[in-house]
Design a protein around this ligand. Structure first.
Ligand SMILES: O=C(O)CCC(=O)C(=O)O
Ligand SMILES: [Fe+2]
Length: 212
């Protein structure tokens, strides 16, 4: 009998991915119109390994989108893991389950899908939008983002142009958690603008069923 000790060891490690300890304090910022943002720094365990796994294993797609009369490339790579699809690193599944437990009472349902974005450099970005496909357009919900790689800023602004002085930005650094909640998707907008220089950043957005 041969015993493959190495692979046995790694199987064992894989099965017990470290879950976020939730020791990093989650700080809430209340926004107007019933929106809020939670931030926890250094929340995701093993951010280096998660980053490597995302780059290597996500079947990245360059999306193209009709804009006015042209078809333009969306300036970032994307892929969405739907319900039941295995995530590319066990720490991500552990993070999703920890978030589902932490927000269970407030959200009333678990996080189900994982949208992934790959910002290759400072030229990659996402324009102002709310995640309003599905329930986010009419109901309070949550979008929980874990970020790895170079820091980029998530800019937020009220939809109401009269309130634009409330606009602000949150830095999303390596291993950070940012959760948009309450009415944030329908009463506020968010964006990750281009910057002069940045290395790769990857973002995983956990969303409940029927929120995109
Ligand atoms: O890059 C991020 O963290 C945000 C991405 C985003 O807003 C989206 O894909 O809906
Ligand atoms: Fe979004």
């Amino acid at each position: 009998m041969t015993l493959d000790f190495q692979s046995t060891l790694f199987d064992g490690l894989d099965a017990e991915a470290p879950a976020p300890a939730m020791t990093a304090p989650i700080r809430r910022r209340e926004l107007s119109s019933g929106a809020w943002v939670d931030v926890a720094r250094g929340w995701l365990p093993e951010p280096d390994a998660v980053m490597a796994a995302l780059i290597e294993h996500v079947p990245w797609r360059a999306e193209r989108r009709a804009m006015y009369d042209k078809v333009v490339a969306v300036p970032r790579l994307i892929y969405t893991y739907m319900i039941g699809e295995e995530l590319p690193h066990p720490a991500l599944a552990a993070a999703r389950d920890t978030l589902s437990a932490h927000y269970a009472e407030e959200l009333g349902e678990p996080f189900r899908t994982a949208g992934c974005c790959y910002y290759r450099d400072g030229r990659d970005s996402v324009a102002w939008h709310g995640d309003t496909i599905g329930r986010g357009s009419s109901h309070d919900t949550m979008v929980a983002i874990v970020s790895v790689g170079d820091p980029r800023r998530l800019h937020l602004r009220p939809r109401d142009v009269e309130r634009r002085e409330e606009s602000f930005a949150v830095e999303m650094g390596h291993g950070d958690l940012v959760v948009m909640g309450g009415s944030c998707q329908r009463t506020w907008e968010h964006a990750v603008p281009k910057v002069a220089a940045a290395g790769p950043r990857l973002s995983v957005q956990f969303r409940p069923f029927n929120v995109f």
